[in-house]
Design a protein around this ligand. Structure first.
Ligand SMILES: C[S@@+](CC[C@H](N)C(=O)[O-])C[C@H]1O[C@@H](n2cnc3c(N)ncnc32)[C@H](O)[C@@H]1O
Length: 595
C-alpha cells in the first residue's frame, strides 16, 4: 500500500519524523513541530533539497545537520509520494502530532470535508469563514468545490495551526486567499469579523468543526450567549449560537457536532434554539470511525442550516456508513459520505440512508438521523409488552466487596453477557454490598438483558441474554450494572423467546441501534419502549426456534456444571499431591533430625 493512500501509515511516518527531530536536537514537541512546518514550506517553495542547501536557505530552519539528515529523507519521500490535492490530509497528520494543549485539535477527515462542501455548494465571489480554523482543511474543501475564487476567513487560538492553514491555502487554492487571525471565536461577532476584515454584516457561509467537550475559561462561557444559561458551557454549544450570529441573513452553514448535542436530554434546549433561530436543512450522521483516530472524540454528525427564520422546509436526514477507513485509521474500502451528502442536497430519497421528514417541535427530543429515519414497521411497542424496562445500577467503587459479606449482591456486568446465555463466572468486582438494598432493580428469571452503555455505539445491543438461572445461592440477589438495560415482559413465555430471538437478529439490532443517544453511546428505556416488535414476529409460530433456544441454554448450564466439577476435581487432586509431597518432605526432615 502506498504511503499516500493510507492515513494510518502517513500518521505513523509523520510521528516518526517528528520524534526523530525531537530526539536529534532535544526539542520540545511544539519546537519540533515548528521546524516541520518550516521544512514543509521549504518543500512547497523549492521542492526536495540537500541538507546543506536547506540549512543555507532563508526558511529559518534551526535544525542541526544531524537532525535534518535524520528527518528530511523520509519527509521528502512522504511529500513527494503524495498525490496532488492531499496536502490538507498531510497537514491533518502534521497537526495531529503537535501538542494538543487542550484545544480540541483533531481534524475533520477529508471525505467529510468534501461532503460538507458538496452539500453547501459554494459560489464564486462568496465570503466563507471557519471560526475554528485548525489546518484550514474545511475552507480548503470549500475553495476546491467552488467554480471560481472565494474570500476565505478563519480564526484559531493556536498560532501554529494558523501558520499551517496559511501555508496550506497558498499551496492548494492560491486563487481563494485566506485571511486568518489568532483570537477566540467566542469574542463578540463584531470583533471576530473585524479581526479578519470580513463583511460587517456577516459571511455567506460557515464551515466548521469546533472542539468537543472543551470549555472556554475566558468568561465567554457565561455571558453574551443565550445558550450558556449562566454556567460554563461546552464550546460546541456556544459555537452553534456564535456561528449563527456570524452568518449574514440567508447565509448557510455546515457544523460538525457531537451526537450529544443532537440527542442528550440535557441539551434539548440547544436543538430548540437551532429550530427556532434557523432553518435546519439536513443532518448527516457520520460513521463512528470518522473521528476514532482521535482519542476522546466520539460519534458526530454534520448539521446544515440556513440563517433564516422564515418558512420552514422539511429536514433531510442522512446516514453514512463508511468514511473509508476503520477504527484504527486503516483503509477499509469506499466511503459513502459524499454520496449521502449529495442525496441530502438534492433531496433525493435513498431509503434508510437519506430521507426527508417534516419539521416539527417533537424533533427537539432527538434530531439524530438514526432516530428520525429509523425503520418503524407495524408492530407492538415494547412499552406495551413490558411490565418494566429499566437500567441497572453500578455500585460505587467503595461498595465492592466479597461474596461472604452478609448484604452482598452479585453484580451482573457487560462481561457476563455472551449473546448466547449469561456466563455467571465470577470476575473482578462481582460482589457489592449496599446499605439500602436496590430492591426495585434486582433481576428476575425471564428478564432480557442487553448492553446499554459503551464508548462506541456499535457495542449497544450487541449482546442480548435471557436470565434463565441464577448462580447457586444468589436467587433474587443479582443486580444488573448501570451499563445494562433490562426488559421484563409481562408473563408470556412464547413472546419472551420471540423477543430474544428478534433482538439478536439484524433487524432487532438495528431497531435498538436507532435508540442510541450521546457522543459515547447510551440506551435509554424511554426510547426502547418505543421500539416495535414486528407483528410478523409476534404472530409467527416460533415454537421450534424457542425450544432449540431453551435446549441451548440448558446445555450451557450443564457445560458450566461439568466445568465446575472438572475444576474441583483438578484442585482436589493437585492439593492432594501437594499435601502428600509436604508430608513426604516432613517425614524426610524428621528422619534427618539427630536422635
Ligand atoms: C476540532 S479542530 C477543527 C479544525 C478544523 N476546522 C478542521 O475541521 O480540520 C478545532 C480547532 O479549534 C481551535 N480552537 C479551540 N478553541 C478555540 C476558540 N475558543 N476559538 C478559536 N479556535 C479555537 C483549536 O485550536 C482547533 O484548531
Amino acid at each position: 500500500m502506498s504511503i499516500d493512500t493510507d492515513p494510518k501509515s502517513r500518521r505513523d511516518q509523520l510521528f516518526r519524523i517528528h520524534s526523530a527531530l525531537r530526539s536529534a536536537d532535544n526539542l520540545r514537541p511544539d519546537e519540533a513541530f515548528d521546524e516541520l512546518i518550516k521544512l514543509y514550506r521549504l518543500w512547497v517553495e523549492v521542492g526536495t533539497v540537500e541538507v546543506d542547501r536547506a540549512l543555507a536557505r532563508r526558511f529559518g530552519v534551526e535544525l542541526s545537520p544531524v537532525a535534518l539528515q535524520a528527518a528530511s529523507g523520509s519527509l521528502w519521500r512522504l511529500l513527494d509520494g503524495a498525490d496532488e490535492g492531499i496536502g490538507g490530509e498531510l497537514f491533518q497528520e502534521l497537526a495531529d502530532v503537535a501538542v494538543r494543549s487542550g484545544l480540541g485539535q483533531y481534524f475533520t477527515p477529508t471525505p467529510v470535508a468534501q461532503a460538507m462542501a458538496d452539500f453547501l455548494d459554494p459560489q464564486p465571489g462568496e465570503h466563507w469563514l471557519d471560526p475554528f480554523l485548525g489546518s484550514g482543511l474545511l475552507l480548503g474543501a470549500v475553495a476546491l468545490a467552488a467554480d471560481g475564487p472565494l474570500h476565505l476567513y478563519g480564526c484559531d487560538l493556536d498560532k501554529r495551526v494558523i501558520r499551517v492553514a496559511a501555508l496550506e491555502a497558498e499551496l492548494r487554492h492560491p486563487h481563494s486567499p485566506l485571511r486568518a487571525a489568532q483570537l477566540s471565536a467566542l469574542e463578540s461577532p463584531v470583533t471576530v469579523l473585524a479581526s479578519v476584515d470580513a463583511p460587517k454584516g456577516g459571511v455567506c457561509g460557515i464551515v466548521t468543526n469546533p472542539p468537543f467537550g472543551a470549555v472556554d475559561m475566558n468568561g465567554n462561557g457565561t455571558s453574551n450567549f443565550r445558550l450558556a444559561q449562566d454556567r460554563l458551557t461546552p464550546i460546541e454549544v456556544l459555537a452553534v449560537e456564535q456561528c449563527l450570529r456570524l452568518l449574514a441573513p440567508g447565509g448557510r452553514m455546515g457544523i460538525v457536532l457531537p451526537q450529544s448535542v443532537l440527542s442528550n436530554k440535557r441539551l434539548q434546549y440547544v436543538r430548540e434554539y437551532l429550530r427556532t433561530h434557523s432553518q435546519i436543512d439536513a443532518i448527516l450522521s457520520l460513521p463512528g470511525e470518522a473521528f476514532s483516530m482521535f482519542e476522546g472524540v466520539g460519534k458526530a454528525s454534520v448539521v446544515f442550516v440556513t440563517n433564516t427564520t422564515g418558512a420552514k422546509r422539511s429536514v433531510w436526514f442522512g446516514r453514512s456508513t463508511s468514511v473509508g477507513w476503520d477504527t484504527t485509521g486503516r483503509l477499509s474500502g469506499d466511503e459513502d459520505v459524499r454520496a449521502v451528502a449529495k442525496a441530502l442536497r438534492d433531496r433525493t430519497t435513498l431509503r434508510g440512508s437519506a430521507e426527508g421528514r417534516p419539521l416539527n417541535a417533537d424533533m427537539d427530543r432527538n434530531i439524530t438521523a438514526e432516530w428520525q429515519i429509523r425503520a418503524v414497521g407495524d408492530g407492538i411497542p415494547l412499552g406495551e409488552l413490558a411490565e418494566r424496562i429499566y437500567l441497572g445500577k453500578t455500585p460505587a467503587r467503595a461498595l465492592y466487596g466479597s461474596k461472604q459479606e452478609e448484604s452482598a449482591l452479585r453484580v451482573l456486568k457487560v462481561g457476563n453477557l455472551t449473546g448466547s446465555g449469561v456466563d455467571w463466572t465470577d470476575g473482578e468486582r462481582s460482589y457489592a454490598r449496599f446499605k439500602k438494598l436496590p430492591a426495585d432493580r434486582l433481576l428476575q428469571l425471564g428478564d432480557i438483558v442487553l448492553t446499554a452503555a459503551a464508548h462506541h455505539p456499535r457495542y449497544i445491543g450487541a449482546k442480548v441474554d435471557l436470565i434463565d438461572s441464577f448462580p447457586s445461592g444468589w436467587d433474587g440477589r443479582c443486580l444488573p450494572s448501570g451499563e445494562l438495560l433490562v426488559i421484563r415482559l409481562t408473563d408470556n413465555e412464547a413472546l419472551r423467546m420471540a423477543l430474544l430471538l428478534w433482538l439478536r437478529c439484524s433487524d432487532g439490532r438495528a431497531a435498538i441501534q436507532a435508540c442510541v443517544t450521546g457522543q459515547t453511546a447510551h440506551l435509554h428505556p424511554e426510547y426502547v419502549s418505543e421500539v416495535r416488535l414486528p407483528n410478523a414476529v409476534v404472530s409467527a409460530d416460533l415454537s421450534v426456534a424457542a425450544s432449540l433456544l431453551e435446549r441451548s441454554l440448558e446445555s450451557r448450564r450443564v457445560s458450566e456444571e461439568l466445568q465446575a466439577e472438572a475444576n474441583e476435581h483438578f484442585t482436589r487432586l493437585v492439593n492432594r499431591d501437594i499435601n502428600e509431597a509436604e508430608t513426604r518432605e516432613t517425614d524426610v526432615l524428621k528422619s534427618l533430625q539427630p536422635v
